[in-house]
Design a binder for this molecule. Sequence first.
Ligand SMILES: CC(C)(COP(=O)(O)OP(=O)(O)OC[C@H]1O[C@@H](n2cnc3c(N)ncnc32)[C@H](O)[C@@H]1OP(=O)(O)O)[C@@H](O)C(=O)NCCC(=O)NCCS
Length: 156
Amino acid sequence: MNIQIITGPITSELAAELARIQNEAYVATGMRSYQPEEIRDLLSLNNYTLYLAEDNDRTGPVGFLIEQYVAGEAEIITIAVQPDFQRKKVGKALFSALQSRVRDIPIANVFLEVAEINTLSILFYKTLGFKKNGTRKSYYTINSNSIDAIVMIKRY
Ligand SMILES: CC(C)(COP(=O)(O)OP(=O)(O)OC[C@H]1O[C@@H](n2cnc3c(N)ncnc32)[C@H](O)[C@@H]1OP(=O)(O)O)[C@@H](O)C(=O)NCCC(=O)NCCS
């Protein structure tokens, strides 16, 4: 497994590939995935970083993470691993790369929002050392239902 860190604009081909991975990964969660243009626009902004996981035996990415850094805080905007590569430590490797990078900045904490019904991802984040830090009421609409977000944080 190789993790590439990319800051700055990406090609439309890569954006399409990331949108496909996110779409496949999000199906089980009911969450809306991004359009390729949304991913491209995000990554053309300052302070956004892409972490790309590539498997040695396969061409193209198998997972990715997008992070935004603002004033001592890094936010995980999205993380997605292709379903057939899940539970193979790709997500963990993506987060380790983020952690190594932001530790040099230095950083106070990493946080994220996750739908309260996305219990498997919550388990994943707990494994990485995140703790619940609050709730954002009706943050998501999933299958026409209003769903709270759990804010999770890892302090350094
Ligand atoms: C959440 C996600 C990124 C995790 O990536 P992953 O590569 O499958 O996770 P890893 O293999 O690195 O898992 C590390 C540890 O987290 C926990 N974990 C991960 N997925 C889990 C699951 N489905 N059920 C229970 N525990 C899980 C386990 O402790 C796991 O270690 P183990 O396999 O040795 O038990 C991936 O499942 C995914 O893309 N999910 C759909 C998209 C999503 O919901 N993203 C988050 C939106 S906020």
